[in-house]
Every structure is written in C-alpha cells, then in structure tokens.
Write a protein that binds this ligand. Structure first.
Ligand code: ADP
Ligand code: MG
Length: 558
C-alpha cells in the first residue's frame, strides 16, 4: 500500500509540535477527548437539524481502554466519525481543522460547542506514541477506514470494518526510558487522574474499566479483584461548581482546554447570580492581545449556554466593544434553547446580563489596579488602547465606566498614572489637567512647550498613543478639571499668559513679519512668547485641536 506523505509544512510542524507546543505530555489525552466530545456534539447538532436522526443521550460516550501487554491505549467515541476523505484531510494536514470547516460549512460560527479550531490537537498523540491508528466510520456510511501513521514519515489509509458509527484511536505507547516515563499512560489510576484534571466537565461520560479490590459479597474481611466500568468525569461543568472547590489551576486549565488563547489568563471572575435573571459566568482577562486583536478580523463574544447546553459559540451581545478582550462563557437557565440570533439581539434578559457583566468586569479591573499594579499595567499595555477607543466612541455611559481605568505617562512618574492620581496631587488652585502629545516620552520631554509648564511645578500627562488625546477630548473633564494641551495658545498660567508677552518693537515686528512671510501657509502668526526658557522657538495652536491630533486626522481616510 502506498504511503502518503504528510504535507511538507506538516512534517516540520509535527516535529516542532511534538517537541514544543505542549509543555506537558499528558495533555495529549485532553486533546483526544475534546476531539471525541466535538464529534459527539456534531452528531447532536445533526440530530437537531435532521429529523431522521434521533439523539439518545445514553448512546453517546467516550471510552478509554488500556492493553498493558501490547502497550496500547485506546480512546473511542460514538461521535459523527470521519469519511475516507476526512481522515485524509483532517489528519493528513496539520493545522487543518475539520471542526473549523464544519462550523463554516454549516454557517454556525456561533454554533455548537466545538472546541477544536486550531487543527493541531490530534498530533499531540505523537508525544507519547510511536504509532497511531484511527479506525472511523462516518455517519451515513457502511464502510469504515483505518488510518495509520508512525510519525513524521506519513500515513496510510485502508478499508476496515466497524460495527457502529464513531471513531477509535489507538496509540502504541512509547517505551519508557530512564528520563521518560511513558508507562504512566498505561496505568489506569494515572489516566483517571489525567482525565479528572483536564476533562472533568466534558458533558459526555468518559468511561474506563477500573480494577478494584472489593469486599466479597458474603464476607466482611475477604476481598476480590473486580473490573468495573466507571464514568470517571463528573460531567459537571466547571462554572456550575462552587468557587471554593476550585483552584487557580483549574481555571487556567479550563482556559487552555477551551482554547481561549495561547497565553495564560491574567485573572478571572466566576459569577453565580441569583437575582432577576439567574446565570453563571466565568470571565477571563487575557494576559496578551491575540495577534489579530486590533483588526477587523477579531470577533468578540462569550460562549452562551442554556442550562449546560451550548447555544452559541460567540455571542457578541454579551460584551461591549471596549471589553471585547474578555473571554469566557455565560450559562443561564432562563434562556430558551432555540433562541435565534435575531432574537438574541433584542433579548431583554441578555441585555441585563451584559449590563451586569460590564459592572463585574470593571470591578475586577479596578481591583487589579488597586491591588496589583504590575499586573494591571500588563493588562493595560495589551488592552488599554481598546479602553481609550471606548471612551472616544462614547455616546452613552462608557466614559463613566472607563475613566478610572485609564493610565497615562506623566512628567512626574516613571510609571503610568491614573487621572485620579494626577488630580490628587494637583497644586492648590490648579484647575487644569495639562497634557503634551508626542511620539515618545523622550520627544515630549524635549518639547519647548513642556518646559515652562513643568517649571511652574505642574504635572503633565504625556500622551504617546495617538488615541490618547481623542479620548481626553471626549472625556472633557475629570472631577471638574478640564484638559489642556501645553501647546495651546492660552495656558492659563497667570502671569505667563501670552497677553503678558513682552513689548514688541518695530524692529521685532519686522522680523516677525518676515518670518511669517517665509512660513506662509504653514503658520498663521509669529509672535513673541514668555513661555520659552531654553528653547528659542515653539509651535502653539490656536484652536482646540493640537498639532499631533491634526496629524492623526490628516492621516485618516476621508
Ligand atoms: P482541531 O480539533 O483543533 O480541529 P485536531 O488536530 O484536534 O484539530 O483534529 C483535526 C480534525 O480531525 C478535527 O477538526 C476533526 O475534524 C477531526 N477529528 C479528530 N478526531 C476526531 C474524532 N474522534 N471524531 C471525528 N473527527 C475527528
Ligand atoms: Mg482538537
């Protein structure tokens, strides 16, 4: 039988994968189980949309078997299975995700709880196995196929027999060596622990044959060895558990399991609300922005469940744009199972939940800001821009929600400061919050305009992000103090007002006129200033718009 080669990229990726993507080998089991769970979800989805298929909950399960002598570990599911073509394309090309294609085809980008979307999980099997065999029979097919691979050099596919629809994956577990313990993956107890750790909440039963010593029926001191099939996962989703039962690690594992991101979450909130509307939610603030975060491509949203059953993968209605970085899920028993997208948009309950979530996310961020400044700055560096956009695009209440979450560089502190911190240390009688704009901290520091204001003992916010000034303009004021650019004409510095500028002799005026003529079209006036100290000249602007802001505006498409 001709051996097909993995696609070139796949071979390289496979090597890389096996050696580096996963920090712990044991996660291969999580990946295989989540694929199995996805496959059952797909059956469930088909059953919902196709009347000829009935979904009997008890027919759907995942089973793990061990054959120590043969060093074989088997993960079997009763999911939708794969056709020959699917075996070839889904398991033959790394980073090709059949689950993603399924979502696209069925136009359910907001569809079912299909975890897979990166197309690499399956290959994790090669971290612990020399050989992997997949026997699969797809829904609607009599014929089954056997896919086999011994790693990077390719795979074969041949006809096979299988009684029922579903997939059986068999790993030939590597031999243990001095440094590497692979035997643990053939040990029932260890496997059980791995399942508990990573896949406890999977909604379908994960069954295993467990060997146990049991008291003999008619005796109270004689034991016998019995093998019993048990469901090892609790099937209780993590969000329905009590916070006190869960550790940070549990939440982290769940973040990974759900593929919310490749990073670690910075912090999480677990809510269980029992008010007008009842819901549970787990929300994560990621540590870093996904590569496409600041692009059109990025889709915000939380997973939405109705009493444990996923009804939407990404419900955008649950998050305002300025909190679009939040990952996680909401489960509410008060939502109908077959709620449609259109209905969602108008759903009053959903609006209530959103409002509540916004409050909680804000609280969490403020808590972080107060108690763990370093973490908060990590957050702000990743997502601060989004908050500032939120203020800028505000026609409602964003401003109030967000103004205390903003950070800016300043002339006083090496670190970022909040508006509150600025206001708290304002000079007596100071009514204005001064700011300067520029590409970098150093550039602003060198502006002639900043010198005078700083010299007078006023703190200046250094706005280095092009959205900064727009956000401040939108805020208009903070605690009754208005914002003013150090390059604006009237700085309201008392005796240093331009109105108190030095006398201009006829001689001076001639020079100024000459300058103005030379710079015609570029400046509207040339005049003496008292605000300069060590610099001979500076630019100020007359209107409300600073030079930096004009630059940004002129770069924007019409
Ligand atoms: P992902 O799960 O991210 O899509 P994987 O590498 O884990 O990527 O799996 C690749 C694809 O192979 C899946 O998307 C799915 O189409 C298919 N697949 C893997 N395991 C199974 C299974 N047990 N049953 C049905 N299809 C599966
Ligand atoms: Mg997967």
């Amino acid at each position: 039988m001709a051996k097909q080669q993995f696609e070139a990229e796949s071979r390289r990726l496979l090597d890389m994968m096996i050696n580096s993507i996963y920090s712990k080998r044991e996660v291969f089991l999580r990946e295989l189980i989540s694929n199995a769970s996805d496959a059952i979800d797909k059956m469930y989805y088909r059953a919902l949309t196709d009347d000829s298929i009935t979904f009997n909950q008890s027919d759907y399960y995942i089973k793990i078997d061990v054959n120590k002598d043969e060093r074989e570990l088997t993960v079997q599911d009763t999911g939708i299975g794969m056709t020959k073509e699917e075996l070839e394309s889904n398991l033959g090309v790394i980073a090709k995700s059949g689950s993603l294609a399924f979502k696209k085809e069925n136009e359910i980008k907001d569809g079912y709880d299909i975890i897979g979307q990166f197309g690499v999980g399956f290959y994790a099997a090669f971290m612990v196995a020399d050989e992997v065999t997949v026997i699969s029979r797809a829904l609607g097919s009599e014929q089954a196929y056997r896919w086999h691979s011994e790693g990077a050099d390719g795979f074969t596919i041949e006809d096979a027999e299988k009684d029922s629809i579903g997939t059986t994956i068999t790993l030939k577990v590597k031999e243990s060596s001095e440094d590497d313990d692979f035997d643990q993956f053939l040990d029932e107890q260890q496997l059980q622990q791995i399942v508990k750790k990573y896949s406890d909440f999977i909604r379908y039963p994960i069954k295993m044959e467990l060997t146990e010593e049991q008291l003999k029926a008619d005796s109270d001191d004689e034991y016998e060895t019995v093998v019993e099939e048990k469901t090892v996962n609790s099937m209780v989703p993590i969000w329905k558990k009590n916070k006190t039962e869960l550790t940070d690690e549990d939440y982290h594992e769940f973040y990974k399991e759900k593929h919310y991101g490749f990073d670690d979450p910075l912090t999480h909130v677990h809510l269980s609300v029992d008010g007008n509307i009842r819901y549970q939610a787990i929300l994560y603030i990621p540590e870093s922005a996904p590569y496409n975060y600041y692009s059109q491509e990025y889709e915000k949203g939380l997973e939405l469940y109705s009493n444990g059953v996923l009804i939407m993968n990404k419900a955008p209605e649950l998050l305002p744009d300025y909190f679009s970085f939040v990952k996680g899920l909401v489960d509410s028993e008060d939502l109908s199972l077959n709620i449609s997208r259109e209905m969602l948009q108008h759903d009053r309950q959903l609006k209530l939940i959103e409002k509540n979530l916004v409050k909680k996310i804000k609280q969490e961020l403020k808590k972080l800001l107060m108690n763990d400044r370093e973490k908060y700055e990590t957050f702000f560096k990743a997502f601060g821009r989004q908050l500032k956009y939120g203020v800028y695009s505000d026609f409602g209440q964003n401003k109030d929600t967000l103004k205390d979450l903003l950070l800016f560089y300043s002339s006083t502190e090496e670190t970022l400061v909040t508006l509150q911190e600025y206001v708290d240390r304002m000079k007596e009688d100071q009514t204005i919050i001064y700011y300067a704009t520029g590409e970098s901290h150093a550039r602003i520091e060198n502006l002639p305009q900043t010198e005078m204001v700083k010299d007078k003992g006023f703190e200046i916010l250094y706005l280095t992000d092009d959205i900064d000034e727009f956000a401040l303009k939108m805020l208009q004021e903070y605690e009754g103090k208005t914002f003013k650019s150090v390059s604006s004409g009237d700085l309201e510095l008392g005796d240093d007002d331009e109105t108190n500028a030095p006398e201009v002799t006829d001689e001076d005026q001639k020079i100024f006129d000459k300058m103005k003529e030379q710079l015609s079209g570029k400046v509207s006036d040339v005049r003496p200033s008292k605000r300069l100290k060590t610099h001979p000249v500076c630019l100020t602007n007359e209107g409300d718009i600073s030079i930096e802001m004009e630059k940004v505006l002129s770069m924007m498409p019409e």
